[in-house]
Design a protein around this ligand. Structure first.
Ligand SMILES: Cc1cc2nc3c(=O)[nH]c(=O)nc-3n(C[C@H](O)[C@H](O)[C@H](O)COP(=O)(O)OP(=O)(O)OC[C@H]3O[C@@H](n4cnc5c(N)ncnc54)[C@H](O)[C@@H]3O)c2cc1C
Length: 431
């Protein structure tokens, strides 16, 4: 098949969430930027971290891509159905037919691909609600709208998303209209503990705040024990994009693309029962992954959790490595760590629990009004960081990873014995 981009390399970024927008802006901002195409199912940027607010009656969580993306990025609003690595091609279902001349037969060729499809898939089979995607949050919002339902709300899952959702619903118009009727209260039930990874003190604060908001918390609950007639909101985990698995790329059990420490598709040997030959793996090295849709399989990165806090630095790092690959420079391993875990509990309370780089709790936290203001500021900062990378290349910086990882990545700077394997030589990229 004739290649479409013979003069300038073409980088396609799949998914315009936090990781994808950061990656696209950073690649497109380089002085030697390739042609960058960003493919996304939605026509606007969805602030996923605000979907629980939207479901409970808050502001619409979308932002126009106009103010977020560099002008030299081509946005294609379409759904990616499959990646064909050996042909360096993706197949799309276009949302607006014929919008781009490059879309030949709903197919797009690339030289390098960034897989940033996240974890916002809508569960169309479940009869419960979810705040995982814009469509899911909109459905819940509509259900809680006029006429107000009299059924109680049951939030399943005691992690940060469950806590934030239960608190937001308890403060919502639905709860206000429900008034003092005991059966209208919000119930949060979990098979384990509330905020299981948090410190004892943080968990106590969360219990207290939820109680004051009128949320009934039930820990160690039988998963089948859901009060009949209730409206169920499932916050028991994210639903990862399925495109990597459907394309025969290496994935973990949850369907996340496996990448190595440089965020490049981990083309590790396939087990014999896999049935694929080495030639089937051709092109894996042209694929990078970042954000919720990818998992770093290299040892030492087990601490990385699916979060906006991880997606932003991964988006920036993957951009730097794609540019290195284009320049035929050695790829560098990711060195990124956490600072805090944040939860809003309605509009006037929040918990910011500080953590070390490997995401373990430290004995410091902001709670109450200070926690709420800080959480709100962090949510706003995510848009600022994406916007800054739009105007100034490499403006976005992030915190280092755990010390062991940091030492390892420092040792793998170019010209040291541990430097990673060079990307395949391709004369077209020699500059
Ligand atoms: C209610 C809620 C609150 C949260 N709060 C926090 C928080 O306070 N802090 C925090 O760190 N994290 C939080 N998170 C998690 C955070 O939102 C995610 O970890 C983050 O969005 C991951 O970013 P991403 O770029 O990897 O993927 P996403 O943000 O999921 O973006 C993926 C993009 O890919 C697009 N896409 C998917 N499939 C396709 C396809 N087949 N074709 C084309 N496009 C496709 C999607 O439309 C989307 O635009 C929260 C999540 C939820 C649901």
């Amino acid at each position: 098949m004739a290649r479409q981009f013979t003069h300038s390399p073409h980088v396609v970024v799949l998914g315009a969430g936090y990781a994808g927008v950061m990656a696209a802006n950073r690649i497109a901002g380089a002085p030697d930027a390739p042609v960058v195409t960003l493919v996304n199912a939605e026509a606007e940027f969805v602030q996923r971290i605000r979907l629980h607010e939207y479901a409970a009656g808050g502001m619409h969580p979308t932002v126009s891509f106009d103010g977020l993306l560099r002008s030299n990025i081509r946005l294609v609003v379409a759904e990616v159905s499959r990646i064909i690595p050996a042909e360096r091609r993706i197949e799309l279902v276009a949302r607006a037919a014929g919008q781009h001349p490059d879309l030949v037969n709903n197919s797009l060729e690339y030289d390098y691909l960034v897989y940033a499809l996240g974890s916002n898939q809508l569960d169309k089979t479940s009869d419960s609600y979810s705040v995982n995607s814009l469509a899911g949050a909109a459905a819940l919002r509509a259900r809680l709208g006029d006429p107000l339902p009299s059924a109680p709300l049951v939030v399943l899952g005691g992690g940060h998303t469950g806590v934030e959702t239960a608190a937001e619903l308890a403060e919502s118009r639905w709860a206000a209209a429900a008034g003092a009727h005991a059966h209208h209260r919000v119930r949060l039930q979990t098979t384990g503990l509330l905020l299981p990874g948090a410190s004892e003190k943080t968990r106590r604060v969360a219990h207290r705040d939820l109680r004051q908001l009128g949320v009934e918390v039930v820990e160690h609950c039988d998963p089948a024990a859901i009060p009949s007639g209730s409206i169920v909101i499932r916050c028991t985990g994210f639903a990862n994009a399925t495109v990597a698995a459907a394309s025969g790329l290496p994935v973990d059990l949850a369907g996340r693309l496996l990448v190595d420490s440089t965020l490049r598709c981990a083309a590790q040997p396939l087990p014999p029962e896999d049935g694929r030959t080495p030639s089937d793996k051709a092109g894996f090295d042209r694929i990078f992954g970042a954000g919720d849709g990818a998992r770093i399989s290299a040892p030492g990165y087990e601490y990385v959790r699916q979060s906006c806090a991880a997606a932003l630095p991964q988006g920036a790092h993957v951009a730097d490595n794609v540019l290195r690959a284009l320049r035929r420079e050695p790829l560098l391993p990711l060195d990124a760590g956490f600072v805090a875990r944040c939860a809003s509990l309605g509009r006037s309370r929040g918990i910011i629990e500080f953590v070390d780089a490997a995401d373990s709790s430290r004995p410091f936290r902001l709670t109450g009004w200070a926690g709420a203001r800080t959480k709100e500021a962090i949510c706003n900062m995510t848009l600022t960081w994406l916007g800054q990378e739009r105007t100034a290349h490499k403006r976005y910086r992030w915190f280092s990873g755990p010390r062991t990882l940091h030492a390892e990545t420092a040792a793998s700077r170019p010209n040291t014995p541990t430097q990673p394997v060079l990307p395949p030589a391709d004369e077209r990229y020699a500059r």
